[in-house]
Design a protein around this ligand. Structure first.
Ligand SMILES: NC(=O)c1ccc[n+]([C@@H]2O[C@H](COP(=O)([O-])OP(=O)(O)OC[C@H]3O[C@@H](n4cnc5c(N)ncnc54)[C@H](OP(=O)(O)O)[C@@H]3O)[C@@H](O)[C@H]2O)c1
Length: 199
């Protein structure tokens, strides 16, 4: 199967590519350093991405960003950035997929543990992550029989904790998170938030 992987150069993207490319042709996308350039914050760039890549059987997105700042430091532009980037970027990947993803194919987005777990500084990130999980439930309902749409919610990733000077044993390895994205491609599930957390 041809799989379009957005955010392929990042921590999770690198592990997902490593896992998927044993069985699939993986087309990588990000702003820099991938097969195809895309900026998720720009809908026209997403339209151009699909036109350039052609038909795929699955789309996986681990790209996009949101601002992490305390509530009293988040300004209008921080909220606007977060909504336009990680939230609407991934929503637009679904909205623009028609005619570019095979019937019965899948789109797998990424939220994160901050959708459910409150943390100081995470207000904008939490809005984005929770919004994605709500969006996927409805999109799956409306696209039933056409496309499967799921979202993976990673817990803190061990390598990220380590890079932040924290105990990596409290997180899940990126290679383990990648297996959850493979499940979303392989299993006949839709509308699900798949948790990828330390067991
Ligand atoms: N790591 C964690 O502990 C953790 C935990 C929970 C949730 N998550 C979520 O998982 C996802 C991936 O995390 P990660 O740690 O792998 O991130 P990462 O290492 O920072 O990688 C992000 C990837 O997305 C691409 N990207 C960023 N902005 C983009 C844009 N506007 N358009 C297109 N591509 C863009 C980056 O490449 P370019 O910069 O070249 O575009 C890169 O390939 C994120 O949504 C993150 O919030 C991560």
């Amino acid at each position: 199967m041809r799989v379009l992987l957005v955010g392929a150069t990042g921590l999770l993207g690198t592990e997902i590519k490593r896992l998927l490319e044993h069985r699939h042709e993986v087309i990588t996308a990000s702003r820099k350093g991938s097969d195809v350039a895309v900026d998720l914050s720009d809908k026209a760039s997403i339209v151009a991405l699909y036109e350039r890549v052609g038909m795929v059987g699955a789309v996986v997105c681990v790209g996009g960003a949101a601002k992490f700042k305390p509530l009293n430091a988040l300004d209008d532009s921080d909220y606007a950035f977060s909504l336009a980037n990680k939230l609407m970027g991934q929503v637009n990947l679904v909205r623009c997929a028609s005619g570019h993803v095979e019937t019965g194919g899948s789109i797998t987005l990424t939220s994160g543990t901050l959708a459910q777990e409150p943390m100081v500084g995470a207000a904008a990130v939490s809005i984005v992550n929770a919004g994605l999980e709500g969006f996927v439930r409805v999109a799956a309902l409306e696209l039933q029989g056409t496309l499967r749409v799921n979202v993976v919610s990673p817990g803190w990733v061990a390598e990220t904790l380590e890079s932040m000077g924290q105990d990596p044993s409290q997180g899940i390895a990126a290679a383990e998170v990648a297996k959850v994205y493979q499940r979303a491609i392989d299993e006949a599930i839709t509308g699900q938030t798949l948790l990828a957390a330390r067991s």
